[in-house]
Ligand binder design. Sequence first.
Ligand SMILES: Nc1ncnc2c1ncn2[C@@H]1O[C@H](COP(=O)(O)OP(=O)(O)OP(=O)(O)O)[C@@H](O)[C@H]1O
Ligand SMILES: [Mg+2]
Length: 361
Amino acid sequence: MSLSRLIIQNFRNLNAVDLELSHGFNFLVGENGSGKTSLLEAIFYLGHGRSFKSNVSNRIIHYDHDDFILHGKIDEAKHSWSVGLQKKRQGETVLKINGQDGNKIADLAHLLPMQIIMPEGLTLLNGGPSYRRAFLDWGLFHLHPQFYSEWTALRRLLKQRNAALAQVRQYQDLLHWDKELVKLTEKVSQMRVDYATKLSPEIEKTCQFFLPELEITAQFYQGWNKDQDYAEVLAQGFERDKGIGYTMIGAQKADFRFRANGLPVEDVLSRGQLKLLMCALRLAQGEYLIQQKQQQCLFLIDDFASELDLNKRELLTQRLRESQSQVFVTAITKDQLHYMDWQNNANDVLFEVQDGEITPC
Ligand SMILES: Nc1ncnc2c1ncn2[C@@H]1O[C@H](COP(=O)(O)OP(=O)(O)OP(=O)(O)O)[C@@H](O)[C@H]1O
Ligand SMILES: [Mg+2]
């Protein structure tokens, strides 16, 4: 799977972009503010129906226009898909896959799995558990056909339970919700445990490649004490939950934590090491998907050269090349790309980005 063509209209400063893309490495070189990150953001939007930068889509639509349009052609060995997404200033989203309406963003996301590696992505390691849950759930979304519907149902039920907490007087009145909640929570948690158990050795191996001086371990926390029955946890926490107005304990609090030589990574690693670890995690997860599903994964790499020494940049390039993935890499100058050996690979394409115009060179 690769994105072979991308058309962008009125997305930030990218007013009219039409690119034939390489299924290997695509390099984007340009000055500050030229539109490099915006191109990665557009690809990300096409695969998620949202931005990695802003929750307000009106900020993404070009100042002088009322909508943005993204159109992509996705090629696989035997199929190809044409996907289109239009976002209007009034909030409406129009999504088409092969010219057909009635698709969901999740259908689009299944077609375009992608991992993004960017400086802001360090929140995966030093931000709250929600970033790591999102990381874990990405893999489940792509690998486990049931996960998305179960997790959506669980979140819906939690909302209903939270609203009901204000109405009920005794725990008996909640039992009706909790029976279903326990069932769904156990299912979702089991899927996460199984996936985390399989992914962890892959992560640990990839970390040895990038950070051989450290012993990195990954551990999943389901969100409540694993020796306790979740039904009991809910019953015992009723008065507290009622007091605060929401369900404090459960799968919505799960975490996937990383340690270096037994200590929390965010406390002991240098910034460069954290960056390498983030890169190793995303690479390991993308590669695991490729291996399990025989489906490609895109890698979007923004401003990666900064803070990494030459040897590490080369290691990253080597791994990405071996995975035969489609990769998008931004840089301010061509010099920063030497370590990616771009001149010796026939499939590589270099684009120059200037004031929102993108041209191959
Ligand atoms: N809604 C919008 N409409 C038009 N232009 C916008 C909009 N939002 C942001 N911009 C502008 O788009 C330009 C592209 O920004 P982008 O972040 O893509 O640059 P960049 O090439 O990644 O730069 P850097 O090297 O500094 O990271 C910026 O000049 C920004 O001010
Ligand atoms: Mg940028």
